[in-house]
Design a protein around this ligand. Structure first.
Ligand code: SF4
Ligand code: SF4
Length: 89
């Protein structure tokens, strides 16, 4: 599902708590990558915690997937690197 780039969604975004979220992203006030797409920063892939985010729940980014699909998606999530939800790279 496409996630709208709204203030409400940004406020719910938990990217700042993510191990992958680096100082550069903070400096640029980046977030809501599932809507806005890739970060402009250089990123070391650590972990993606999007699945625990209320925005993920609201827009059913992973809710309807089975365990296998979630495993695959976990590899592909990283919206800050791969681009927004609902799009191909
Ligand atoms: S799903 Fe990920 S990128 Fe989207 S708002 Fe939540 S933590 Fe941020
Ligand atoms: S999109 Fe995923 S990996 Fe990137 S900062 Fe947000 S939670 Fe972390």
């Amino acid at each position: 599902m496409i996630v709208p780039d709204t203030k409400e969604n940004l406020n719910q975004c938990i990217c700042t708590k993510c191990p992958t979220y680096v100082q550069c992203m903070k400096d640029k006030s980046e977030g809501l990558f599932c809507a806005r797409g890739k970060s402009a920063c250089k990123i070391e892939e650590e972990e993606c915690i999007c699945m625990d985010c209320p925005v993920d729940t609201e827009y059913k980014l992973t809710a309807r997937l089975d365990l296998m699909e979630k495993k695959i998606l976990k590899l592909n999530q990283f919206y800050c690197i791969n681009g927004p939800a609902g799009s191909k790279k």
